[in-house]
Ligand binder design. Structure first.
Ligand code: SAM
Length: 255
């Protein structure tokens, strides 16, 4: 029986790859990667030549089955994503799950991850945090999601795209209140930057270029700023009462 190695790769600085990750990539029979054109650059940099196969969002289900069959036939496979830890806001969960269901061994080679790197360097409470990946791209859905999160007392960690960072911070200020945030940009890269302060202080300083992690303080630190009346909630959501009713009605939820 083969083994699936879940291998973390750098999120920018190639020196962040671990020696165990390199050894694994050198020894496996096959590397399953999100984008072979991306991973080949990493492999070339480290002088590794290995067969690769693509494993991405659009073929994950069928490919997981194929890879699980190879593992059952004793092949060893490394799973990597374009950057960071596979299965964390990246493909990977399905093949790992299939291995668990079929009793196939899974070994993790931990390493870079943008969320924990940003949190560790944020200066915000890190004893309890919630990782939320990307917020919805549609404004109403995003504000609705933020409203659901508004009373959580743990630190919140989000990934965000450069073309949405400004509007997302605006939504955060409106819905969550003017909390402390740390906006981490281009982690481990030449232009790494951390902006720390209240959302209103940070917003005008954000350059919408590169990759972002937004770390937001939990509700305990911002309790006073949380909306307390229905009118305030509606104002922060940017919705009328009817729109909110319609939203909940469509979902079959009573207000
Ligand atoms: N699996 C990856 C990980 O372990 O961090 C995350 C993959 S997710 C598809 C990509 C998102 O992660 C980016 O849009 C950005 O929000 C965040 N990210 C990845 N690399 C980053 C970096 N160097 N600096 C800041 N954020 C980064």
């Amino acid at each position: 029986m083969g083994t699936l190695f879940v291998v973390a790769t750098p999120i920018g600085n190639l020196n962040d790859i671990s020696s165990r990750a390199l050894q694994t990539l050198r020894e496996v029979d096959l590397i399953a990667c999100e984008d072979t054109r991306h991973t080949i650059k990493l492999l070339n940099h480290f002088g590794i030549q290995k067969p690769m196969t693509s494993y991405h969002d659009f073929n994950e289900q069928q490919k997981a089955e194929e890879l699980a069959n190879k593992l059952a036939g004793a092949a060893t496979i490394a799973l990597v994503s374009d950057a960071g830890t596979p299965a964390i806001a990246d493909p990977g969960y399905r093949i790992v799950r299939l291995c668990r269901e079929r009793g196939l061994p899974v070994v993790v080679i931990p390493g870079p991850n943008a969320a924990t790197a940003a949190l560790a360097a944020s200066g915000l409470a890190s004893d309890e945090f919630m990782f939320l990946g990307f917020l919805p791209s549609k404004k109403n859905a995003r504000r609705e999601k933020l409203t659901v999160l508004a009373n959580l007392t743990c630190t919140l960690v989000f990934y965000e795209a450069p073309h949405r960072i400004e509007t997302v911070l605006e939504d955060m200020q409106d819905v969550l209140g003017d909390r402390e945030v740390c906006v981490a940009r281009e982690l481990t890269k030449i232009h790494e930057e951390f902006l720390f302060g209240s959302v209103s202080e940070v917003r005008p300083r954000v350059k919408p270029i590169g990759e972002f992690v937004v770390v937001v303080s939990g509700a305990t630190q911002a309790r006073e700023a949380a909306p307390s009346t229905r009118e305030e909630v509606l104002k922060r959501l940017g919705m009328t009462r009817n729109q909110l009713y319609e939203l909940f009605f469509k979902k079959g939820t009573a207000l």
